[in-house]
Design a protein around this ligand. Structure first.
Ligand code: HEC
Ligand code: HEC
Ligand code: HEC
Ligand code: HEC
Ligand code: HEC
Ligand code: HEC
Length: 388
């Protein structure tokens, strides 16, 4: 698998630029709308076809005739909101589809109109460049080595350590036994340098003890975020449902996988082998035992809602480009220094009503004495905020 991959990457290196230019001009010149619509529809395609029959949701062929535009825009943006407000058509549809919720889509009215136009004009025979465009995009993405992998390889101190040790021994042997080099200061310089390098390495490694920087365990099912969150653009919160309300982001249950995998029965990378494990978990009623990648020690308090809902941070600021990862890897060391560094530089969403009570800071902001409020200014550096 890896071998095949590297060969393919090498082979494609030269044509990568060409592909990119090609895609660029296609997007620029031809059918801006159709391209946008097609791209937007990749999210929907997990659950809908246009003229290909029912999947998890209804076949969307002719949907423009079934409902008026205003209804469709509201429903596509947030169907659950409509259902909860009691819209009759929406409630009926929801019941008909066994109460499977359609995830909310963070789309503007215009984006939905583009989508609806794409659905209306969809012609299954006039889609020759879909696959080429998509695979080419995928491949150019593969070419550049991701930043987080580069850092992982830089961190290999093993060789440096062994080379230093080698010099140390040579210097000592020459000093006491062979005595080829007469000038003593040469030995002293070599020995001092080596001690400094080794000390540095030992210090860095000791700090990392107990941390799992670049931890990348194999999971019981080869679940790929690249396939789900990247190619199919499924929203992170669709699976990690509690990230906005609670301490934990949460790992989805097998039931949630079945929202889609009762229909999607095979994948491009692994065929039916991996998806079959989902059914097995259901049949035997044994939950899938995912291995937890990110951990902070017990004496540390970390809350997702505080950061995602109040702080309005993107998941990627802490977890890296998850949507490009086939297997999850921990890209930050999650050390105390990492938390504090961000708290000293990151601005708090101070327009949040919750912060009305910070009268002094609000006064300083209004008078122009300070221009922004960073997390440490509201106590983000206090030991007891992070430690039990
Ligand atoms: C996880 C699966 C899923 C995804 C992804 C999804 N839908 Fe749906 N959709 C459904 C289900 C299920 C229904 C049926 C209504 C319900 O259960 O709420 C539905 C209903 C609809 C309807 C009403 C259809 C009718 O015949 O009345 C429209 C329109 C629609 N979806 C458009 C979209 C669009 C556009 C997207 C992409 C932006 C999308 N859906 C993404 C599952 C999904
Ligand atoms: C909203 C829909 C949706 C949900 C929810 C979902 N998947 Fe998928 N999954 C897909 C789609 C679409 C594919 C791509 C199929 C393809 O390659 O054409 C896929 C592919 C896969 C594959 C095969 C990948 C490959 O390319 O070989 C595995 C394994 C998988 N999913 C596991 C899971 C697990 C485990 C869960 C639950 C944690 C889950 N999925 C939840 C839509 C979903
Ligand atoms: C289709 C469901 C699904 C979607 C969508 C999804 N995830 Fe996940 N996520 C999972 C599953 C299942 C696991 C556990 C297996 C694993 O680690 O790969 C997981 C694990 C993780 C982990 C590692 C948790 C740990 O053990 O420390 C992080 C971080 C994460 N997801 C972030 C994201 C982000 C960010 C997004 C959006 C870009 C996202 N996920 C979208 C299902 C999903
Ligand atoms: C400020 C940094 C930060 C942000 C932003 C963040 N996370 Fe996390 N995440 C962490 C840390 C730290 C842990 C380890 C927590 C622990 O061990 O309790 C973690 C753990 C997780 C886990 C493992 C299971 C769990 O709930 O503890 C998942 C899944 C996850 N994050 C997903 C997400 C998703 C999805 C988002 C965006 C909606 C997100 N994270 C945003 C720092 C962050
Ligand atoms: C990428 C930036 C970032 C990282 C990394 C980060 N935080 Fe934060 N943190 C924030 C922001 C922004 C807020 C303010 C949220 C708000 O508006 O209330 C915050 C607030 C907090 C608060 C509440 C502070 C208060 O005064 O109310 C705690 C506790 C906290 N973070 C703990 C942690 C811990 C523990 C870690 C490391 C494991 C961490 N954070 C890593 C950005 C970050
Ligand atoms: C923004 C959150 C945050 C604040 C504020 C914070 N810590 Fe920590 N602290 C952590 C995290 C996360 C760890 C565990 C990760 C690690 O190994 O560094 C930790 C670890 C520690 C450890 C264990 C040593 C170690 O390296 O594992 C001690 C002791 C400690 N902190 C003391 C303090 C003291 C004293 C303060 C106040 C001056 C403080 N912390 C403020 C997040 C914080």
């Amino acid at each position: 698998m890896i071998k095949y991959h590297t060969i393919r990457i090498k082979y494609l290196k030269n044509s990568a630029l060409l592909f990119t230019l090609l895609i660029f001009f296609t997007i620029q010149n031809i059918q801006v709308h159709a391209q946008d619509g097609r791209e937007l529809f990749t999210v929907c395609a997990a659950c809908h076809t246009i003229g290909g029959g029912k999947l998890i949701g209804p076949d969307l062929k002719g949907v423009n005739e079934r409902h008026d535009e205003a209804w469709l825009i509201k429903f596509i943006q947030n169907s659950q909101e409509m259902i909860q407000s009691g819209d009759e058509t929406a409630v009926k549809l929801f019941a008909e589809y066994k109460n499977i919720p359609m995830p909310p889509n963070n789309l503007t009215d215009d984006q939905v109109r583009t989508l609806l136009l794409y659905i209306k004009d969809y012609d299954p025979n006039a889609q020759p460049d879909v696959t080429t465009a998509q695979s080419a995009e995928g491949e150019t993405e593969d070419l550049a080595e991701p930043e987080y992998l580069k850092k992982a390889s830089e961190r290999n101190y093993g060789t440096t350590f062994i080379i230093s040790l080698f010099f140390l021994i040579i210097a000592l042997v020459d000093l006491f036994v062979t005595q080829i080099i007469k000038a003593r200061f040469v030995h002293v310089i070599i020995i001092l340098t080596v001690i400094m390098i080794m000390g540095e390495i030992i210090a860095v490694e000791a700090q990392g003890l107990g941390r799992q920087h670049y931890y990348e365990p194999e999971q019981p099912i080869a679940f790929s975020h690249k396939v789900h969150a990247g190619q199919n653009q499924i929203d992170c919160l669709y699976c990690h449902t509690t990230a906005k309300e609670s301490i934990h982001a949460g790992i989805p249950s097998t039931q949630l996988c079945m929202n889609c995998h009762n229909v999607v029965r095979s994948g491009k990378l692994t065929g039916t082998a991996e998806i079959a494990k989902i059914y097995q978990s259901l049949e035997t009623q044994t939950p899938i035992e995912w291995i937890k990648v990110h951990n902070v020690p017990d004496h540390v308090y970390f809350n997702h809602a505080q950061h995602v809902a109040a702080g309005k941070l993107e998941c990627q600021e802490c977890h890296g480009p998850v949507e490009t990862m086939d297997r999850i890897i921990q890209v930050n060391d999650l050390g105390m220094g990492w938390c504090i560094e961000c708290h000293r530089t990151k601005e708090v969403q101070f327009s949040n009503n919750f912060y009305k009570e910070y009268t002094k800071l609000n006064g300083d902001l209004d008078s122009g004495f300070i221009r922004r409020v960073t997390v440490d200014m509201i106590g983000g550096d206090d030991c007891q905020k992070c430690h039990y």
